[in-house]
Design a protein around this ligand. Sequence first.
Ligand code: BES
Ligand code: MN
Ligand code: ZN
Length: 509
Amino acid sequence: MSDALKLGFAPFAAPAKIGVSGVLFVFCDDGLKFGPATAKALGPAAGLVARAAKAERFTGKSGSTLELIVPEGLKVARLVVIGAGKSSAGKSAGLEQKDLLKLGGLAMGKLPLAASEGVVFAELPGGALKAEQAADIALGVMLRAYAFDRYKTKRKDDEKPPARRSMTIAVGDAPGARAAYARRAAIGGGVLLARDLVNEPANVLYPEEFARRTASLKKVGVAVEVLDLKAMKKLGMHALLGVGQGSARESRVVVMRWNGGKAGEPPVAFIGKGVCFDTGGISIKPAAGMEDMKGDMAGAACVTGLIQALAVRKAKVNAVGVIGLVENMPDGNAQRPGDIVTSMSGQTIEIINTDAEGRLVLADVLWYAAKRFKPKFMVDLATLTGAIIVALGQEYAGMFSNDDKLCERLTKAGELTGELVWRMPLSAAYDKMIDSKFADMKNTGGSRWGGAITAAQFIQRHVADKTPWAHLDIAGTGFDSRQSDINKSWGSGWGVRLLDRLVADYYER
Ligand code: BES
Ligand code: MN
Ligand code: ZN
């Protein structure tokens, strides 16, 4: 991990203070205009920018960049001009958080590997950015700086960043930005934890090890409880246990509780699919691409990162995270197609395809969470179906829900954070498709048609007591997803920012 990056805030200063080996980052709009502090800092070098822009056809379009090496008149190694597009023209206050994250990400992406110091002028032609906005840029820097490289042992010295690197955000109100950043660092820390968990290989991160890692949340005030096989059997979680029975690694359920709200107030609940590796089991998957199934615990990783984020930023909410951790393997003891298991709800399930295992895990964990915690609502996250990737690609996660209000709120939080969700249907006609000849239901729809929907119908049959619930199918967004200016990692940490925002905007007292 690139945790060697030091992020800080300082007042605007002359470039001479940056140092001759440093990099200066400035923003301009699509008329190549700069804010006043930026223009002052650039001085005559602004003329160089105009010349370079012409030569490079740089127009300040949002997301574009222009680099000037050892610009004359500026005592820096490099000047990077980042286009902020139209959005900046005279109304910098109108920028959404996701736009500011992107600006920070773009800057970090242009810090050369060899550079040890960067300074970002948090200013647009419309004027200086507010403390909160500068803090958002810093979060963008943090998210972009992440790299999962702990298993790279052979990098040459000139392929490594300097041991100490810093990015400083220059802003009018530096103390205010520093204070605003504390909250964002908590959220960013949650995203990075989720990414780490998703990126870890399955020989390292198996259910027990995942459960062990959640213990680190105790340090920030989270109550962590681990259910072992005996406890799960006693509760009757045979849908989940059936999935894990072919693995040499024991299954676990982890309950994480953050109580920052009023005592006795019902919690909000987040549930994660944590299949540490999904071979498909006896209904085994083809070899090509199977290595990606180490990421089949992205839902559980998101929930873990989210609960950590809520605790670190001391969110005024009672929140519970419950994750089902299993490994789906073929084995002499593995579950077979045709087997019938009884879930914790008492309903029986005929296993048609052992590769439709995520819904079996969620069935028990959702039932348990609703019964034990009687939450205000439950959101589950799962890399559940290839079908949702066929439907929505990698831009949106699929959302299925029994509650319009919860959907509206998730949709809004998605637009604000850039972690988008798209509602998909549920209905009696789809529900019928999982009726079974031998048991109460079967674990697939029988054909591939509507595969993401029949999976959601299955889960809905395990939502106890009509609890408001939303299911997010993150198969297209949780890993190997679209690379962005704030994410170059395979494991994306998708959902942490979305759900933190949902909590912050609607459920904190
Ligand atoms: N973990 C997979 C879904 C998946 C596929 C996630 C690709 C991310 C990328 C899930 O357990 C699975 O195997 N689903 C099957 C269900 C089918 C057997 C009904 C699928 O989508 O093919
Ligand atoms: Mn599967
Ligand atoms: Zn799976």
